[in-house]
Design a protein around this ligand. Structure first.
Ligand code: F6P
Length: 324
């Protein structure tokens, strides 16, 4: 089986994340070292269904390790959720002589990979998302850059918040997960952190907290609100009315997805990318690369999709204790 794989494709899918380019570079170069041919697939599964496929060599991935975004482009593809779309994608891969693909993305992207493996394409996933919400891995490519971008932005909002003695609600991304909010909440010393995993929607508690902090001389009050809770602007209006303290909302938005990747993102993207190229060259399929307890491992995609992880309650508790 190991010697029957000759050509692999690489695609990025779902939301882009800083470090995806470093992963593309690593997959491409290590696959070439392993004697495979490499093809790039543009715009995720959408581009695959439109046969946007091109040959890659060593130089195709020159000068990209430091760049944010993904040179392959990305998309969210509804068609790939259907049996017809999956069959068509497999047919196109067979037509182009592609025996295996490496998919860089999140859980949704792995579902496509799982379907393709059932159609005889070897598949390996690499965790790429700023949200850190992939249960099978302790790390996802892009998370480190995103939290550093958000942390720096939050520091800036805090400066002006203190000067004006305002309360600030800063909304960070994360879809339904609160990891970005939790990490920034701790790193920025936020007074409140609202995450979907444990928020009780008790605004009176926040109001009491703001008033109490003000009585004790705090000039600012930073609330990190996760996207999964949202509604930061209306929350700011309600909090201002209840406390009498000027309150502003800032939604950081897509700036968190861009920018040059940090060392950590480039490092794990490179190691995970190379590992993916090695296991696919060895003929393995339906695997996802993961970082678990400091080690790079690979897991069956179906098992990975069934896993769950939760916010470490201790970290949340500490965040609250340190900012009181
Ligand atoms: O998954 C990354 C992410 O940025 C989430 O944090 C956010 O909910 C979502 O993507 C936004 O997606 P889109 O780019 O489709 O608006």
């Amino acid at each position: 089986m190991a010697d029957s794989i000759k050509t692999i494709g690489i695609l990025t899918s779902g939301g882009d994340a800083p470090g995806m380019n470093a992963a593309i570079r690593a997959v491409c170069r290590k696959a070439l070292v392993n004697g495979l041919k490499v093809k790039g697939i543009e715009r995720g599964y959408t581009g695959l269904l439109h046969e946007e496929i091109f040959d890659m060599d060593k130089k195709s991935v020159s000068d990209i390790i430091q760049r944010g975004g993904t040179i392959l482009g990305t998309a969210r593809c509804e068609e790939m959720r259907t049996e017809e779309g999956q069959q068509e994608a497999a047919n196109i891969l067979h037509k182009h002589g592609i025996d295996g693909i490496v998919v860089i993305g999140g859980d949704g992207s792995y579902k496509g990979a799982l379907a393709l493996s059932r159609h005889g394409i070897r598949t390996v996933g690499i965790p790429g998302t700023i949200d850190l919400d992939i249960a099978c891995t302790d790390y996802t490519i892009g998370f480190d850059t995103a939290i550093n971008t958000a942390m720096q932005a939050i520091d800036k909002v805090r400066d002006t918040s203190s000067s004006h003695e305002r309360c600030s609600i800063i909304e960070v991304m994360g879809r339904n997960a609160g990891y970005i909010a939790l990490w920034c909440g701790i790193a920025n010393g936020a007074e409140d952190i609202l995450i979907p995993e444990n928020y009780d929607y008790n605004e009176q508690r926040i109001v009491d907290n703001i008033i109490n902090n003000r009585k004790h001389g705090k000039r600012h009050h930073i609330i990190i609100n996760a996207e999964g809770i949202g509604h930061s602007t209306s929350m700011a209006r309600r909090i201002e009315a209840a406390t009498g303290i000027e309150t502003r909302a800032t939604i950081l938005g897509y700036m968190q997805r861009g920018g040059s990747p940090t060392t950590k993102d480039r490092f794990y993207a490179s190691i995970m990318g190379a590992y993916a190229a090695d296991i696919i060259a060895a003929g393995r399929t339906n695997r996802v690369v993961a970082l678990r307890k400091g080690e790079i491992v690979d897991i069956d995609i179906e098992e990975a999709l069934a896993m769950q992880k939760s916010i470490p309650e201790y970290q949340f508790q500490v965040a609250m204790e340190l900012s009181r």
